[in-house]
Design a protein around this ligand. Structure first.
Ligand code: ASN
Length: 590
């Protein structure tokens, strides 16, 4: 039997690429890494049972039922490792069998009350979900939201905007058949979502269904009967979970920011969807556009066309945009984008309608609701934000020349040397070289080299052979400019190298005070498990009179009041050793 006595519980065991299973502090161990995922049950078919009026969600039933399904709960592990006692958790927390990547995904099921058929969801329910994510953000590595399929695309779109500066994986999933039935899709959807949320940092609001992980604001429900219920017509999946979980890292959207995660819950409900159809009456359009409506998604034909032989209709639309109603043009087609190739499309721009690119109507509605709910924005600022790509919800045509892989002299040179020429081979060369080159550039503070790698499509968040990302290296070096640049390129502060260290841990170790402040501002934090022996470390620094070391820990958010293994505090140790300056510092910040 395995020796579980050594198991280290880690709050963050991931790097942006596949992570390595080693603990953060102390000697490397081959024991599995434990990660924590929060499952937020909001309702939906996945947890429904038959009632006289039809299927409806049943409260306080799911965790108990999951605990009896061996692929979703490893009773032996929980018992042998004394999981409940060790982590101080209740029986709504379960653990998956060991994953291929040597991870133990421990997940807690929490329920919103009341559980809803998603047809009953409103923006205030989106707000409750967002609030729950905010409250539990620091304590978990990833999040799975169980939700009905009917309005899952709306909620996923809304949450993608509401979750600002997101750094962790959030996955919505559900099922077409209740998990309590013999043949159902709920088990596989939940398992796939947990495995991805627990093992990969994909800092997006995603939707997982039938082996595929999609960007949440790109999906639409396309089938009422098939298990393959969702489609992402304008963006390929972010990941597929079949024999292996394959992540399409290039497609992953990153927040590009140095700001902390927060949720924006004030969504504006005065928004609507208006679908144009042949013969639509002026009266219907006028009635629809009446105050208090503030934002409309106009669903038009083909590539964004509406009749240009209907001055009555266009006059109603113009009257609305003159009243500052924001109107976004989206196509009724499942795939493709609105464009200006037809006179019937251009005419809408002339009456103040904003082209919505290839956004789904669900994403466009959520975006309007989000932007209209933001206080202090001028009309022009709102119009500008609507045309911009905020969360990967639309493709914006790039103006000017993007450097392509084939244009890069450096990669070209290497490719020639290696005699490769096709796009796939060039990309493989780039992907193999990027981690090492980016880490070297981060070490010497060469932002231009990092920019060049980025412009070739290189992933600046990928780790080298030791799982160390350029952000780890820049944090060690104290290179503030590079740290800034990497964060703005979307580098994740939650990456862990093979020794379990985060960039924040590296910055503290090397006393890089400015870097620590910037990482903290971006939301970097330690988990309680990472700080298990921190009191003893602080006392050691106090004993040595190491004021800079203590300052670094303090800046990283750690309290200097913690006791060492023998119950003494850093203040006591500093005083007894006669380190007056250290004692004064510890006192001033405690
Ligand atoms: N009516 C259900 C819901 O959206 C449909 C489902 O989950 N499959 O809650």
């Amino acid at each position: 039997m395995a020796d579980f006595g050594q198991i280290r519980v880690l709050g963050r065991a991931l790097s942006s690429a596949e992570s390595s299973p080693l603990p953060a502090i102390g000697a490397p161990s081959r024991s599995p890494i434990e990660v924590r995922v929060l499952v937020v049950n909001t309702g939906g078919t996945i947890g429904m049972v038959p009632h006289s009026e039809g299927l409806a969600p049943e409260a306080k039933k799911l965790a108990g039922a999951l605990s009896k399904i061996p692929i979703l709960h490893d009773v032996a592990y929980a018992t042998e490792t004394k999981m409940y006692h060790r982590l101080g958790i209740g029986y709504d927390t379960l653990v998956l069998p060991l994953s291929k990547e040597n991870k133990r995904i421990i997940y807690t099921v929490t329920e919103l009350s009341p559980l809803l058929d998603s047809a009953n969801m409103t923006p205030s329910d989106w707000g409750r979900i967002a609030q729950c994510l905010q409250e539990n953000y620091q304590q978990h590595d990833g999040f799975v939201i169980l939700h009905g399929t009917d309005t899952m695309a709306y909620t996923a779109s809304a949450l993608s905007f509401m979750c600002e500066n997101l750094g962790k994986t959030i996955i919505l999933t559900g099922s077409q058949v209740p998990i309590y039935e013999l043949m159902n899709d709920g088990r596989a959807n939940l398992l796939g979502s947990l495995l991805i949320a627990g093992q990969f940092v994909i800092p997006e609001v995603c939707l997982y269904f039938y082996h595929k992980l999609y960007r949440g604001n790109r999906v639409t429900k396309v089938d009422t009967e098939s298990f393959n219920a969702f489609s992402s017509p304008n963006l390929p999946p972010l990941a597929t979970a079949e024999v292996d979980i394959a992540i399409n890292w290039e497609a992953v959207w990153r927040a590009n920011t140095t700001k902390k995660f927060e949720v924006h819950t004030n969504m504006n409900s005065n928004v609507g969807l208006l679908r144009i159809f042949p013969g639509i009456t002026t009266e219907a359009v006028r009635a629809f556009l009446q105050s208090p409506l503030e934002g409309v998604v106009l669903e038009t034909y083909g590539s964004g066309n509406a009749p240009n032989n209907r001055p009555d209709l266009l006059a109603e639309i113009k009257a609305a945009t003159d009243r500052d109603v924001l109107i976004l043009n989206c196509t009724q087609c499942l795939r493709g984008s609105v464009s200006l190739i037809y006179a019937t499309g251009k005419i809408l721009i002339d009456v103040g309608v904003i082209p919505g690119g290839d956004m789904t109507p669900e994403a466009a509605l959520a975006k309007l609701s989000y932007i209209l709910g933001k206080p202090g924005l001028s009309l022009n600022e709102k119009r500008k934000m609507l045309s911009e790509n905020l969360r990967g919800e639309m493709n914006v045509m790039l103006i000017g020349n993007r450097i392509t892989l084939k244009d890069s002299k450096f990669i070209q040179g290497i490719a020639k040397f290696l005699s490769v020429s096709c796009k796939e081979e060039l990309e493989a060369v780039r992907d193999a070289l990027t981690p090492a080159l980016a880490c070297a550039a981060a070490k010497i503070g060469d932002v231009d080299a990092l920019k060049a790698l980025q412009s070739m499509g290189g992933n600046l968040s990928s780790g080298d052979y030791d799982g160390r990302t350029p952000l780890h290296v820049a944090a060690c070096e104290g290179n503030l400019e590079v740290v800034h640049y990497l964060l703005e390129c979307g580098a994740t502060v939650y990456a862990k190298d093979r020794f379990g260290a985060t960039p924040l841990m590296n910055a503290v170790k090397f006393r890089r005070l400015e870097v620590i402040s910037l990482l903290r501002k971006t939301g970097a934090h330690f988990t309680s498990q990472e700080l298990m022996n921190i009191g003893t470390e602080l006392c050691r620094l106090a004993f040595n009179g190491d004021i800079e070391g203590l300052r670094a820990w303090h800046l990283s958010g750690v309290s200097l009041k913690q006791h060492g293994y023998d119950g003494k505090t850093p203040l006591y140790v500093a005083k007894t050793k006669g380190h007056v300056d250290v004692a004064a510092f510890v006192k001033s910040v405690s």
